[in-house]
Each structure stands twice: as C-alpha cells, then as structure tokens.
Design a protein around this ligand. Sequence first.
Ligand code: KIV
Length: 271
Amino acid sequence: MSVQKEIKKITTNTLLKMKAGGEKISMLTAYDFSFAKIIDGAGIDIILVGDSASNVMAGHETTLPITLDQMIYHAQSVVRGIDRCLVVVDMPFGTYQSNSEIALASAIKIMKETGGHSVKFEGGEEVVDSVKKIVSAGIPVMGHLGLTPQSIYKFGTYTVRAKEEDEAEKLKKDALLLQKAGAFAIVLEKIPAALAKEVSESLTIPTIGIGAGQDCDGQVLVMHDMLGINTEFKPRFLRQYANVNELATAAVQQYIKDVKSKDFPNKEEQY
Ligand code: KIV
C-alpha cells in the first residue's frame, strides 16, 4: 500500500471561510514549475498565473501580446509544481471580450489543458454575462477591477484609478454585479484604500488588493517585483522582500571569474 501525503488543499470555499473568519488571504504570481514549488511549499494560499507573464517572462511592454497557448504553457508548468494552493489562471487579452460564448470556450480550454482550478479576467458590467456563463459551466471565476492593464491604451497611464466620484461609483456597482454573477473573489488593483475598504465591506466574497491598502481581504504581488528580480519597477505599493537580482548577478560574476581563472571545475568536480 502506498503512503499518501495528507494535504489540505485550498478551495474557493476555504477563501470564503477565511474572509468570514477575518484571516487575510495571501496570493502571489508564478509562471513556472520551480518557483511554483517554492511558493506553494512556503504556504501561499493562491498562485495567480498572471498575464503579467507577458512583461516579466516575455519582456513585452504590456500584457496585451501574450496568447492563450502561452498562458496555458505557463499554467501547466505551475500546476505541476503545487500540492496545496489554489491556482488561478488569467484569461489573456482577446480571449473573452468579444462575447460570452468565446469567453466560455477560452475558459474551458484553460481548465482542460492546464489542470488549473479557476480563471480570472478583467472588467465589471461589460463581462458579467461571461462570468455567469463560465460559472454555470462549473468554472470558478475571479474578477479584476480598478487598474486593468489590458485596457492600458484606453487609460493611457498606469496611475491610481477611481479617484473621481463617478469612476468610484461604477467600481462599487461593478463589484456587486460580479459577486451576484457568481465570482468567488475580486482583485482590486491600484485604487484608493478608502474605496477598497468600502468595497470589501460591501461584499461577502473576498477582495484581493494590489496597491489598494490594508483593508482588502487579501493581498497579491507580482513575484518578480517582491523578490527583487525585476528592480526597475518601484511603485509605492510594492514591498521588496529580497534582492534576487543582486544575489544572481554576484553568483554569475563569481562563476565567470572561476571559469576564466580555471578554478572551476576543480578535481572534485570532475569524473
Ligand atoms: O497579471 C497579474 O500579475 C495580475 C496581478 C497584478 C493581479 O493580474
């Protein structure tokens, strides 16, 4: 008889209970097997396979170019690295905006081919039909309001959203519509902390903030930013927990030095 590890997996129900019990939810992005293994092993609640992969993995300026197949490749790699956390996969630009049939087909492809547990996409009222359709097919959906990077060419800038009354009112309405449509959580990106608090208190489903203050029900950061791999991006909301860029540069420089000086490999490092 094989001995199986006893692992308590995080589900969308766990997240609802966490909100109800006042326990904050931790979420980070990951895009590959090795980092997913580290992040899941460290005890994270949710891994987001974000379309920020377009920026930090592929080097694009925006999230728009990444394709569904590329997101599926990243998500497959992440799923192979995890035991416990909930995996949310971003639906990339162009795979859900046209209509709810196309959105459902994209979500089904993600679920079938990746083994991920849920999908996320940007928008409020305009995507509510898609949320309903995908949720009725049995696929959990996370919403995303505030700064929605797939609309960068509409906004023209990555500054704080919903500072004005009319945009704040729309966001509050959108959050309630997403909840009513069946979303299990909503990312609130770069909006005033007071607005995020009001929205979080108005919902029974959890909010996950990024640049949205301490009263969201959880927090998310892009892994490359919080680990200091990508050191050029320094918004006010970002706390950098390590300087992996510095560590990796020093290690690579030492390796180059050792190769040039013939110190590496030594007698113990050969056959
Ligand atoms: O793609 C991403 O990394 C995201 C987070 C910023 C929430 O959507």
